[in-house]
Design a protein around this ligand. Structure first.
Ligand SMILES: [Zn+2]
Length: 187
């Protein structure tokens, strides 16, 4: 129970990270956080009982540190939900594709690498998506706190959903022109 997961929101309700119930309770007792959503269970000591938090909010706004996720094939597969980013194929061997081909100066970055099935990768070859008649289903991005919790931590408690998924979420803008190489050191 104390090892269960709790979603931590910034003071402005922006999702930050996930911690254990134990750490969240210590934050609540210390006045550093406030309960936002509770689970039906309680934790008990000899003389007292506390509701188990599901979501807590920091009492004070913190400048969130930039989320660092290692750029690897494994993490790109997770980010892309194990789906070919051109045709949506799943469950077959996926490869990594440089949206702007390396030959044209396309960098190996979160913004220029996507998962692609063998068929799409072969069709695309050394060309840009639009030259091969392919279109990205969503814009490749570096994981932020929300996408990190969604894709890497996993949403293990339905009470987190209102803070991580938004009904009025605009569809991700598709790239009219693939990403230009970006300066990694500027991030
Ligand atoms: Zn495909």
């Amino acid at each position: 129970m104390l090892d269960g997961k709790v979603l931590i929101l910034n003071q402005n309700y922006e999702p930050l990270t996930v911690c254990t119930v134990k750490r969240a309770l210590l934050m609540l007792f210390g006045g550093k956080a406030l309960s936002v959503e509770l689970r039906p269970e309680q934790v008990r000591s000899v003389s007292a009982a506390w509701a188990v938090p599901s979501v807590v909010r920091l009492a004070r706004y913190v400048q969130a540190p930039v989320r660092r996720v290692v750029l690897s094939k494994r993490n790109l597969l997770k980010r892309d939900n194990y789906e070919c980013q051109y045709c949506g194929a799943r469950g077959e061997r996926l490869t990594l594709d440089h949206v702007v081909p390396r030959k044209s100066g396309g960098p190996s970055t979160w913004e220029n690498l996507v998962c692609a099935c063998l068929a799409c990768n072969n069709r695309k070859g050394e060309s840009r998506p639009e030259q091969a008649g392919l279109q990205l289903r969503r814009r490749p991005r570096r994981p932020n706190n929300i996408s990190y919790i969604r894709s890497f931590v996993g949403v293990t408690d339905h009470r987190w959903r209102p803070y991580l998924f938004f009904d009025d979420e605009p569809p991700e803008p598709l790239l009219a022109h693939p990403v230009a190489p970006t300066d990694e050191s500027a991030r």
